[in-house]
Design a protein around this ligand. Structure first.
Ligand code: ATP
Length: 251
């Protein structure tokens, strides 16, 4: 990524996203009762929790795909609780949903270009953005003219992340990028995600793989039955605290 893309020291650490006792769900079904999460610029916040705890639903509330029915959502100091999903994308919130959402029949480069389409910038700027993605993910440069379908699961995950970065987000939201990947590949994807911090964006990462994701994160939040039961700097979180949050103090 170019020097211009790097956050200044002053901007690093700025609060990008803050959900305050956010509630959301599906129709009348309230799945998330209190999501209180903070993401800062230049940092990764990992959101952990058991299957069905409401992690994906929380992300859907943040991105505007599900309606927020209580609490609030602040982004760059502004209340965005009620604004539509498309506006949130334009303000710099990019979301890579669970599973690989790339277009298999298109080439790697075509997939990336599609990711930048919403920015409305010209061909030259788009080509520049593609080159920045290739610097972050050299494997994508190698395979630029090949169909996405020809790539491995890990490579497709990197392409999906690259596609989201083409929209020039300030906040990148990743839902289980490790899903379906072999352990060795998970480590590589995590290292790539970690490196993205250098570009000055903030990352909200949902994961099932605790150790590898906490290792690259600055903050840890744990959701249990739709409620945030822990939210702390990663340096202050112990394995015991994670176990207790997952299994309860009586475990
Ligand atoms: P996982 O790690 O298994 O993806 P999660 O923590 O992301 O779990 P969610 O996918 O947010 O959990 O699901 C939380 C709850 O919401 C679950 O009980 C689930 O059955 C329910 N749920 C998910 N999607 C819908 C939907 N479209 N309509 C109704 N309920 C849903």
């Amino acid at each position: 990524m170019s020097e211009a893309g790097l956050a200044s020291d002053a901007a690093a650490g700025e609060v990008l996203l803050e959900t305050v006792e956010m509630q959301t769900g599906y129709g009348d079904l309230r799945v998330v009762r209190d999501a209180s999460i903070t993401v800062r610029r230049g940092e990764i916040t990992v959101l952990l929790g058991r299957n069905g705890a409401g992690k994906t639903t929380t992300l859907r509330g943040i991105t505007g795909l599900n309606k927020v029915t209580g609490g609030s959502l602040r982004y760059l100091g502004e209340d965005i609780t009620g604004i539509p999903a498309a506006k949130r994308v334009r303000r710099g919130i990019s979301y890579v949903q669970e599973g690989k959402r790339v277009f298999h029949d298109l080439t790697v480069e075509q997939n990336l270009l599609l990711g930048g389409f919403s920015t409305g910038v010209g061909k030259r700027a788009l080509a520049g953005s593609v080159e920045e993605i290739y610097e972050l993910f050299p494997i994508l440069a190698e395979k630029r003219m090949l169909a996405a379908a020809s790539m491995s699961g890990g490579q497709q995950q990197m392409l999906a992340i690259g596609q989201a970065l083409m929209a020039k987000p300030q906040l990148l939201i990743l839902d289980e990028p490790s899903q379906g990947l072999a352990p060795g590949i998970v480590k590589e994807v995590m290292q790539r995600v970690h490196a993205l911090k250098q570009t000055g964006i903030g990352i909200l990462l949902v994961e099932q793989i605790v150790q590898d994701s906490v290792a690259i994160s600055d903050r840890v939040a744990i959701l249990e039955m739709g409620k945030t039961v822990l939210s702390k700097p990663a340096s202050e979180v112990t394995v015991e605290a994670i176990q207790e949050a997952y299994f309860g103090s009586t475990a």
